[in-house]
Design a protein around this ligand. Structure first.
Ligand code: ASP
Length: 435
């Protein structure tokens, strides 16, 4: 049996803890600038490598997946199922978030003085977020579909946040391949299959550097948060402690209740085994705060370790990384109500129901990149007439909560892929490769 510290997830955890310690020491001992200039770049390189591989991986593996289906009706059935489960889990997430924040009432206990200081220190950073959200808000339901269809292949492939366009292109290519004579399609399928293997090998290679990348990312996040004044950061954390706890409790409840139920209903997988098989992806989501950057690793773990067949994972996961964000939607519900509570506003049941609708839309609209959730929060706040200036209250701790909600976003995508695969008869054996 492999020594524990040689297992990838432990190495990533060690990297994270050392990064955290480094960041804290840098803040106290005064090498914040050194950390920003000479440690952070390694984290950036690591994330860029993952992002670099995301579009080609989605394109190639989805073409291979669709081509192996032989039948387009299977694809539309799978698509319908995926979107339906994504929506239901998101609505549960928001409901859990609303329940927790109403019970704990973290905003009600925020001292007036703290509220005034937070608004004063962060209000500048709120400006501009309203515009970004307004651009999304002005769009109609059909615009969502208009956006999925690209007018140019290279443009679609040139931006990682256009993942649904890449999925669309891959579906077209795959469907085209199914519909031409087999002997004509086979050479192209062979090319895609071998490219797919190459890309998966590259993901493996990148993951070998994950402990170092994660170390650098954690160190950078901590110095961003603390700057030269660790004491100040601790004061901030204490002031917003109940709010953070409400978000974290909500996320934990969601993972344990909703995903356990999902597994019970749609597969025989145990939550514990699920986590054991997929943990490097979740840890990476936590360290990078980006579902999109983590996507290549999520795909690899879901296929290799959870046993989900490629024809399911290559569709369910990229779509999920773009539209399914259970962690983000739950956080948006807690944040919106917290801000209302802190500003002394009582939200009615009707307003809380409005939050269910708008947080669903806002989480679909949020890109899988760091900080996207708080931009889309503007839409939720506006829908219940809570002043968006209130975002200043929560900005200071957002990066930490972003890490936690991203980990849940990724967990949700992987859990749904297991459920869809099981119902489609496409779930193989679990595999714990570190043993
Ligand atoms: N960072 C999150 C993600 O990539 C989105 C968010 O900001 O909530 O999944």
């Amino acid at each position: 049996m492999m020594k524990w510290y040689k297992k990838l997830h432990w190495q990533i955890i060690i990297g994270m803890v050392l990064g955290l310690l480094w960041g804290l020491s840098a803040s106290v001992l005064g090498f914040v600038e050194f950390t920003q200039g000479y440690i952070r770049p390694f984290g950036t390189i690591f994330i860029d490598l993952l992002k670099l591989i995301a579009v080609p991986l989605v394109l190639v593996s989805l073409v291979v997946g669709v081509a192996s289906l032989n039948d387009v009706t299977k694809l539309s059935r799978m698509g319908g199922k995926t979107v339906a489960i994504y929506m239901v889990t998101t609505i549960f997430a928001i409901t859990i978030g609303l329940t927790v924040v109403n019970i704990l009432n973290p905003g009600g206990t925020l001292p007036d003085e703290t509220r005034a200081t937070l608004i004063e220190s962060y209000s500048e950073n709120v400006e501009g977020r309203g515009d970004a959200a307004a651009a999304v808000q002005d769009r109609t339901f059909l615009d969502f579909f208009v956006d999925i269809v690209p007018e140019n292949f290279f443009e679609a492939a040139s931006d990682n946040t256009n993942m649904l366009q890449v999925v669309f292109i891959a579906l077209l290519l795959g469907i085209g391949l199914i519909n031409i004579p087999a002997q004509k399609g086979q050479p192209l399928i062979n090319v895609f299959e071998s490219l797919n293997d190459v890309i998966i090998k590259i993901v493996d290679l990148i993951m070998k550097t994950a402990p170092y990348g994660v170390f650098a990312l954690m160190a950078a996040v901590i110095v961003d948060l603390t700057g030269d004044d660790l004491g100040q950061a601790l004061v901030l954390l204490r002031a917003l402690g109940w709010y953070c706890i409400a978000v974290l409790i909500g996320l934990m409840l969601h993972v344990t209740i909703v995903y356990t139920t999902l597994f019970k209903m749609f597969s025989s997988m145990k939550l514990r085994d699920f986590f054991k098989a997929i943990q490097p992806a979740i840890l990476l989501g936590f360290s990078t705060s980006s579902s999109l950057a983590t996507l290549p690793v999520t795909m690899e773990r879901v296929e290799k370790n959870l046993g989900v067949k490629e024809e399911v994972s290559s569709f369910v996961l990229p779509v999920g990384a773009t539209i399914n964000m259970d962690g983000t939607s739950l956080y948006q519900a807690v944040a919106a109500v917290f801000i209302a509570q802190a500003l002394g506003m009582d939200l009615t049941i009707a307003q809380q129901l409005t939050i269910v609708l708008t947080a669903t839309a806002a989480s679909i609209g949020a890109a899988g990149v760091p900080g996207a959730g708080i931009i889309m929060l503007v839409i939720v706040l506006q829908s219940v007439q809570v002043p968006i200036e209130g975002i200043a209250l929560i900005l200071g701790v957002d990066r930490i909560l972003d890490m936690a909600r991203t980990a849940v976003n990724i967990t949700g995508d992987a859990a749904v892929s297991v459920a869809v695969a099981h119902t489609e008869g496409k779930l193989g054996e679990l595999h714990f490769d570190d043993e």
